[in-house]
Design a protein around this ligand. Structure first.
Ligand code: B12
Ligand code: SF4
Ligand code: SF4
Length: 399
């Protein structure tokens, strides 16, 4: 079987597993190492120590799989183009990727099944399935594989499907063909840069230490008060730089596709099910043309802010089981909820929310059985409320 036939069969099986998009990247085409090195050197990774510790692996995939020559890149679509929702008062918004089933588990399971199905056909060649936590530059590989282009917001954007995509990668020692990059379609647009409420984006770079997604999901300490207002209604993650992107809008779908060839060559339409006998996955839709993968259907789009302040560990575990939200600890979630509730109170001056929030914050700030993160955030929020609502002297911070 020549490399072209082999690639075509591999991509066909990816579609059998329900992946909306797939492509192949030769590792010899990897470049832009210095961009990642600089990003880490400038401290833009904040407290994500793994980004610095595994830098060598991220720069060179053969350290992740010895002898690796190609990357098979897949993508699930988790929200439709034109997806819109507005924040509800008293609720904290959840980013779309975390509203349904945990993508890590869902993608990894299917990647492993693909590798298992291929092993009998490739002799001594090897595969390694990587998703998110593995030290692999997923977006860079996806761009080389022709799955999309990298926007100014650093998201991988597919010309037809937009950027509500989650990526997975299989590294392999197989040599599987050539790169087929998609041209950049950002042009002169700067909507994402202009809309980011914390000014985290500069052209093609995100400073994680300012990004709401990092602050609410990864950052385990107090959040700098100067960034509280920018967090707005987001209790977990942030979608603003994707919501404003014209390539995620409901209109104009397919308009770029007409002038765009490479992915058509790369994405096979071979008949289903799997040509190598890979059984159709019972939990994956065997319809890669569907607008979104049903596993990501939202279970909840927001969380009740004041309720969260009364949650305990059991409530959190139960609410977040099988969801990507479980990464966020109870103390972090309560920190985020206090900040968002304060933002909403300041924005609306709603007397009911103020009457409910202030005593709750006071109780939390002075309750020494609460984690320090919770107590200190409560004190920060009280200071903002006092300063903005009454012009009164700020409350004493928790010790
Ligand atoms: C660390 C991380 C974060 C950090 C840092 C984000 C960032 N922009 O760097 C934080 C916590 C902030 C974050 C947030 C989010 N993340 Co995140 N994150 C990652 C992770 C683990 C590593 C990314 C990384 O290496 N960043 C460092 C920078 C330097 O690398 P990079 O962005 O990949 O940049 C490369 C290319 O973009 C390119 N490049 C850079 N500059 C330029 C310039 C030009 C002109 C060009 C063409 C290319 C180019 O070169 C770089 C080096 O190779 C990846 C998974 C993975 N293993 O890759 C997921 C990943 C990027 N995240 C993902 C998601 C979904 C999100 C959020 C949308 C979640 C949310 N809703 O809250 C937000 C989006 C915020 C944003 N605008 O990026 C998806 C993105 C899918 C997609 N369509 O792109 C990924 C791929 C996870 C996955 N498995 O699907 N994330
Ligand atoms: S996810 Fe939100 S905070 Fe982060 S870069 Fe995008 S708009 Fe800015
Ligand atoms: S909003 Fe504009 S600049 Fe930003 S990624 Fe989308 S097209 Fe590119």
């Amino acid at each position: 079987m020549n490399p072209e036939e082999l690639s075509s069969r591999i991509l066909s099986d990816c579609r059998c597993e329900g992946f909306a998009l797939s492509g192949i990247a030769p590792l010899t085409s990897l470049s832009r190492q210095e961009i990642l090195q600089e990003w880490v050197a400038q401290g833009k990774h904040g407290g994500m120590a793994y980004m610095a510790e595994q830098l060598a692996e991220r720069l060179d995939p053969t350290r992740v799989l010895e002898g690796a020559k190609s990357a098979i890149v897949v993508a699930d679509q988790y929200a439709p183009r034109g997806s819109e929702d507005s924040p509800e008062f008293g609720q904290g918004r959840i980013a779309r990727y975390a509203r349904g089933r945990d993508y890590h588990e869902f993608i990894k399971k299917r990647l492993r099944r693909l590798c298992q199905g291929w092993r009998p056909f490739v002799g001594t060649h090897r595969f390694r399935a990587c998703i998110d936590t593995a030290p692999v530059r997923e977006r860079e590989l996806a761009a080389i594989a022709g799955v999309g282009w990298i926007g100014k917001n650093t998201m991988l954007i597919h010309p037809e499907r937009g950027s509500w995509l989650l990526l997975g990668v299989i590294l392999t020692t197989l040599d599987l063909g050539e790169e087929t990059p998609v041209p950049d379609h950002c042009g002169t647009c700067t909507r994402c840069i202009d809309a980011c409420p914390t000014a985290a984006i500069t052209d093609h770079s995100v400073d994680a230490t300012r990004c709401i997604s990092y602050l609410t999901i990864e950052h385990r300490e107090q959040i700098e008060p100067a960034l509280h207002a920018g967090i707005g209604d987001w209790i977990l993650g942030c979608d603003i730089c994707q919501e404003v992107c014209p390539h995620n809008s409901g209109t104009g779908k397919g308009s770029i596709q007409a002038a765009w060839k490479p992915i058509a060559k790369r994405t096979t339409t071979a008949p289903l099910p799997g040509v190598w006998g890979t059984p159709p996955a019972p939990d994956a839709i065997v319809d890669p043309e569907a607008e979104i993968q049903p596993a990501y259907a939202p279970r909840r789009v927001s969380l009740p802010l004041l309720d969260i302040l009364g949650w305990n560990e059991d409530t959190r575990r139960e609410a977040f089981a099988t969801s990507a939200m479980k990464r966020v600890t109870l103390a972090m979630l309560q920190r985020n909820a206090m900040i968002v509730a304060t933002n909403q109170t300041l924005r609306t001056s709603d007397p009911e929310l103020t009457a409910a929030l202030v005593p709750t914050l006071q109780a939390m700030a002075s309750d020494h059985s609460q984690p320090e993160l919770v107590r200190r955030t409560a004190a920060q929020c009280l200071q903002r409320l006092h300063a903005d609502l009454n012009g009164a002297p700020p409350a004493a911070p928790a010790e």
